[in-house]
Ligand binder design. Structure first.
Ligand code: NAP
Ligand code: F7E
Length: 358
């Protein structure tokens, strides 16, 4: 019988790629979305899986909806990807970030424990949990990678603090209730379906618009910040492998390479034969009250135990993202797309609600 998976946050970047991967592996895929005044299913449409994912409404603020989702989907595996995931916004909305990205995880674990503790659980943990430790590791050891599953955490944002709470809660449920609760400590991963507010997509989108004469400049914050950027479709494969591993464990997923935001911008403008310095300005608006200065991950545990390694490196990632955004904006200029909500909404009959157990 086909395995059943429930993905929270299926409308996000990772949720969409993971749904695609699991469908290809023959899973029946359930995905939760939250009620919004405007539909947000464009990523599922972009990947051509909009009509293949079984959509159900649920909110990380509302435990009853999470319990309902578990009852209805009756999953073998739950991938908890839903979060308020934008670090900058977590300074503006610290409380809701704490509820959605932290407490919501405890609600989901409780929902599973009370329904069927044999359901496997994946938590989307993050390199942001290392915070300040990242810079110290890179400076002190002259670039030698230290950020692995054993490194300490020193969160620098309400988002990271919420994720640290979720991290420990997941570990506690694993040990206290013998649940298969694993987590990936994923470093930044990007793609053409990354949210526009994150710096890589903000840059690729701006480069495309400037290249086509739609926009004139790009305003950025801390361009000295350093990140270990990977390619999202490869990272969701690592999530799945963790869930198939014989024991529930924690794994770092990264590329072991790092670049600054300035280097990302330079490479992106370069790919369109433009000089990034000519078009990029610094804007205080985009600096955070405190930032995670530098992150670089050691994925050797995932390589050894999960046989996972990244294949798309920085230069290729930049190229993929810029090329896709140029193509999209060229389509707009050619009159091929226009704003319209109707194609972006599932038919009401296809939305699964209360106790429509299948
Ligand atoms: P994303 O694109 O921002 O997607 C987040 C998802 O969470 C969306 O589907 C969003 O729904 C949903 N969500 C937000 N608030 C919710 C709520 N109150 N109730 C239910 N769903 C809610 O994030 P991503 O990049 O795919 O990341 C997936 C997960 O991995 C997140 O937990 C993130 O924190 C974590 N992570 C990401 C990275 C990375 O580099 N991408 C690295 C490490 C960890 P809407 O579409 O309605 O907004
Ligand atoms: O910022 C700097 C910014 O917003 C990266 C999330 O997926 O990865 C992501 O979090 C760096 C920061 O991602 C701008 O200050 C400069 O130092 O793209 P970002 P993030 O904060 O690293 C982690 C692993 C997650 O878990 C999160 O969910 O870039 N930066 N100028 C800027 N950042 C933005 N967004 N916009 C700027 O204009």
């Amino acid at each position: 019988m086909a395995k059943r998976a429930l993905i929270t946050g299926v409308t996000g970047q990772d949720g969409a790629y993971l749904a695609d991967l699991l469908l290809k592996k023959g899973y029946t895929v359930y995905g939760t979305f939250r009620r919004l005044s405007t539909p947000n299913f464009w990523r599922l449409q972009y990947l051509g899986i909009f009509d293949k994912v079984r959509l159900m409404p649920a909110d990380m603020n509302d435990m009853s909806s999470l319990t309902e989702a578990i009852h209805v989907a009756n999953p073998d595996e739950v991938y908890n990807l839903a979060a308020q995931s934008f670090v900058a916004a977590s300074f503006e909305q610290p409380i809701s970030t704490g509820t959605i990205s932290g407490l919501g995880v405890a609600m989901m674990l409780e929902a599973i424990r009370h329904t069927d503790p044999k359901i496997k659980f994946y938590q989307a943990s993050t390199s942001e949990m290392y915070g300040k430790i990242g810079l110290h590791s890179i400076k002190e050891k002259k670039g030698r990678v230290l950020l692995n599953e054993k490194s300490n955490f020193s969160p620098t944002s309400p988002y990271a603090a919420a994720k640290v709470y979720a991290y420990w809660t997941t570990k506690i449920y694993r040990e206290a209730y013998d649940m298969f609760a694993c987590q990936g400590i994923l470093f930044n991963h990007e793609s053409p379906i990354r949210g526009l507010e994150f710096v890589t997509r903000k840059i690729s989108n701006a480069v495309a618009k400037i290249h086509l004469g739609i926009e004139k400049e790009l305003r950025l914050g801390n361009t000295k910040a350093v990140r270990d950027w990977g390619y999202a479709p490869e990272y969701v494969e690592a999530m799945w492998r963790m869930m198939q591993y014989k024991e529930p464990e924690d794994f770092v997923v990264a590329t072991d390479r790092f670049h600054s935001v300035a280097q990302f911008a330079e490479a992106a403008f370069d790919s369109m034969d433009m000089d990034w310095k000519k078009y990029t300005k610094t804007d205080k608006k985009f600096f955070r009250p405190i930032d995670t200065d530098a992150l670089r991950g050691d994925y050797s545990k995932a390589k050894k135990l999960l046989k996972w390694k990244p294949n798309v490196q920085f230069e290729k990632l930049v190229e993929i993202m810029v090329r896709e955004d140029v193509k999209r904006w060229q389509n707009v200029l050619d009159g091929k797309v226009f704003p319209w909500d109707a194609p972006n909404y599932p038919t009401e009959a296809s939305i699964i609600t209360r106790s429509m157990k299948q």
